[in-house]
Design a protein around this ligand. Structure first.
Ligand code: FES
Length: 166
């Protein structure tokens, strides 16, 4: 009977465990290699998309709502996220969060200075890219990504920008 079993199952337990262990380590090696490759891929992906967060597109204004040199307040992506849409030149639109990156006071558009101004501690931000022009804010204003679709302006996401050196 024992002989018959050995013929039917020729691998003994010791060898069977050894094979299993080897298979297990092979699996571990492949799995860790896969994880490493995945991590590298995610790092590349996140550096490409660094700071850009897409949200559900939302129609925020009609082009006729914002005169050249004028602005319009809106909320995006949540009702409590106050933003400002500006048309500095004909057909050019920019939008930023109104929350100052210093202590969160609401910033105001100052067309005469072509900037966004925070009255709390005399902070100011560039209209072009939201970079800090003066004052204590440590980071640029988050920029709202826009798309003009016919006569409507849509917000598509928010870009948290890096501080420009120099
Ligand atoms: S809160 Fe805006 S400069 Fe301090």
């Amino acid at each position: 009977m024992d002989q018959e079993l050995k013929q039917s199952f020729p691998v003994d337990w010791v060898e069977d465990n050894y094979v299993s262990r080897r298979e297990f380590f092979k699996f571990l090696t492949l799995a860790s290699g896969g994880l490493a490759a995945g991590s590298v891929g995610m790092a590349v992906f996140s550096s490409i998309n660094r700071g850009r967060i897409s949200f559900e597109p939302a129609m925020i204004a009609n082009v006729s709502d914002v005169p050249v040199g004028g602005s319009l307040q809106f909320s995006y992506p949540r009702p409590q996220d106050l933003c400002v849409l500006i048309q500095p030149k004909a057909g050019e639109y920019v939008a930023y969060s109104r929350r100052c990156t210093h202590l969160s006071c609401p910033v105001e558009y100052q067309p005469e200075h072509e900037r966004l101004y925070c009255p709390c501690h005399n902070g100011a931000f560039s209209l072009t890219d939201g970079q800090v022009l003066q004052g204590p804010p440590p980071r640029p204003l988050p920029k709202v990504l826009l798309e003009v679709r016919g006569a409507e302006i849509y917000a598509l996401g928010v870009s948290h920008q890096e501080v420009k050196e120099g």
